[in-house]
Design a protein. Structure first.
Length: 154
């Protein structure tokens, strides 16, 4: 399964824009400072810039690690990934059927994989992004897995 080209997530975009905004404000503060205060302010701003770069690096590193972490799925068999009947217990086939009949439909094997990830507690946006399936399909499977977990607890 290939991972689609990813776009910045809202939290990542907010962090990156905040760091860029701080860098611009640092330059303005340094320009407005008096001549005697500039070395002290410059040192503080260098520390703040370094911290900002470390935050950006941490965000990018976490994304890189997330993309390379293997999915907890069974290995492919001769007919694609094979799941046991017990693993697919509770799979909402009737709810998924219209998605399979639609244009540009996801493959049933991808939906089975998404079901396994949903049962493992992964969020719908993560599943949709990693398996390249429509977000509404991922939400449907996550909701079904959540309700199945709630039914088991009763």
């Amino acid at each position: 399964m290939t991972t689609p080209r990813t776009h910045p997530r809202p939290a990542e975009a907010a962090v990156l824009l905040t760091v860029l905004g701080l860098l611009v404000l640092e330059e303005i503060a340094l320009g407005m400072a008096e001549e005697d205060d500039r070395p002290v302010i410059g040192g503080i701003l260098i520390g703040a810039s370094g911290t900002g770069l470390l935050v950006v690096g941490a965000v990018l590193l976490s994304r890189w690690i997330d993309l390379r972490r293997p999915l907890p799925l069974p290995p492919p068999g001769p007919n694609g990934r094979e799941y046991s009947a017990r693993a697919l217990e509770g799979f909402p086939m009737e709810a998924v059927r219209p998605l399979l009949l639609a244009e540009n439909a996801p493959q049933l094997g991808h939906l089975y994989s998404a079901w396994m990830l949903a049962r493992a507690g992964r969020p719908a946006p993560w599943i949709a992004r990693r398996l390249a399936i429509p977000p509404d399909a991922a939400h449907l499977l996550v909701d079904a897995a959540r309700s199945a977990r709630l039914d088991q607890r009763r």
